[in-house]
Design a protein around this ligand. Sequence first.
Ligand code: C5P
Length: 239
Amino acid sequence: PSLGVVLVAAGNGERLGAGVPKAFVELDGRSLLEHGIRTILALEHPGQLVVVVPRARAAEALAVSHGLGAGQTRWRVSVVSGGRERHESVRFGLGALHDSVDTVLVHDAARPLAPAELFERVIAEVHRTGDSVIPALPVSDTLKQVDDAGVVHETVDRSSLVAVQTPQGFPRETLVAAHETAQLQEDEPGAQAPPTDDGEVVQRAGGTVRTVSGEMRAHKLTAPHDLLLLEALLAAEAA
Ligand code: C5P
């Protein structure tokens, strides 16, 4: 069996306001993209890595993977340009996979410290079940449903809720078919809001999506304070 990893790094990161695309923000002297590529190139299962970046950053992304010694590993690295929305970037990434790939992971570059164990856990569960697999953590805050004016309607029972992360893993055919279905539905009247993760794409297409335990270290950089948290996690790892 052969692994493909689609690393999506083509968002503009507006909510972060760093002035560069989010994946190119630095954490401990290295871009988020570099942190992610480094972890992936060290995985036990070598395969194909497809890095999806803003068009103007393609050469830089290739140079980063080269600098990390991709040429000396059994990984093949491809770089493609992203789309307007995350799901479009994933679709472009899937389009660059070699025929031999049968299991696909999709990972956000914005989760630079997601550890190798998490990648391996997701891959193992995809292989064991043949289903789609996403990492999830329990939610700790109390959750409320509010209206547009911010008035509370009800408290949501959090015991059955989880917060999900990446890498998310899929049998290749399941994910490719689900993205094709989503693309057809996009143009229909009354279409749903764009999916924000691939688990949702598969689920909308009727597939079974399972969860495995997520990792604090897979935290996503969204707002400036997330950078502080990631720096602290990195410092704790080094200690
Ligand atoms: O913006 P958000 O945090 O949801 O983005 C999650 C991941 O998806 C990031 O790694 C970002 O670079 C990627 N993305 C993308 N193409 C887009 C939007 C987001 O590759 N058009």
